[in-house]
Design a protein. Sequence first.
Length: 322
Amino acid sequence: MLKLKDVSKFYYNKGLIATGFTKINLELKMGEFVVITGESGSGKSTLLNVLSGLDSYEEGEMYINGEETSHYTERDFEDYRRKYIANIFQSFNLVNSYTVYQNVELVLLLNGYKKSQVKQKVLDMIEKVGLTEFKNTKVSKLSGGQKQRVAIARAMIKETPIIVADEPTGNLDSASSKDVIELLKKVAKDRLVIVVTHNIEQVEEYATRIIKMHDGRIIENKEIRKVDIPEKVEESKYTKITTANKYRLGIRNTFNIVPKFLLLFAVFLFITVALLSEYASFRQTEYEANKAGYNVFFRDLSEERIIIKKKDKTAFTRRRLR
Ligand code: ADP
Ligand code: MG
């Protein structure tokens, strides 16, 4: 599924070159549960980002399903991410003002499904991660472990062959960490799962391969269980978001946080009132000035004055009034 040959990642910053990782060789198959460990700064996140097409690489070749990617443009990688990759993050990255249901539904709406098609699918997925009783609860009210379950549901419903998780248990206590890893293993059966974590004990039971990184290199790559499933890769089916859903989400985002909406509305009112009163006082001044006989264009405001205009309303002289 994924193969890296002498791949290196460099960061170029104000004339300084920093190394993300160097000369990585790696082959990962469908059905594997890959655990990456190593101290902070050893290049784990950088490696995940390259594997999931979030970041480019500068040297070597990465193969996706046998296809070379060194010529890929940003667009190609975007396409790759849509079809192949679902991410889970340490900080969950959920929409806190949405309910559990809305968070999971969002993925499908963004991927072109119609609202009427997705209901059962979303409910089934919420059931799978054991959150049915919280389906209408706002995510901000959930515990860390529950939030990560929502994130897993969201990742799974995208139906991509690869799930990438960067320290998904980094913000969780050890009991919820265990739950989350167990759930991930259970729901991601035949997919390729790549997880970064510091707690090897928690994942040892499930991992099929453990990779240790140090200083941008892989210092250990151990296959601890054989995975023997045929390499069957099914891309996530997606299209563009429908227009109806774009509006639906726009409206949802405007109204779903009541204080935010009220605040925005107050700011809007304030600006409107300020502009209107500014305009009114401008008109007032003008009116007063007129009454006092002062006018920048016509100094003579007597009732009997004669005004002459050209038919086409152009000026009589080319010179501008000063
Ligand atoms: P880990 O996830 O294992 O803690 P990272 O992959 O985040 O490590 O970082 C690996 C190395 O790459 C570190 O030395 C880090 O300083 C460097 N690095 C990461 N991101 C950047 C960046 N955007 N610019 C420059 N250097 C970076
Ligand atoms: Mg990291």
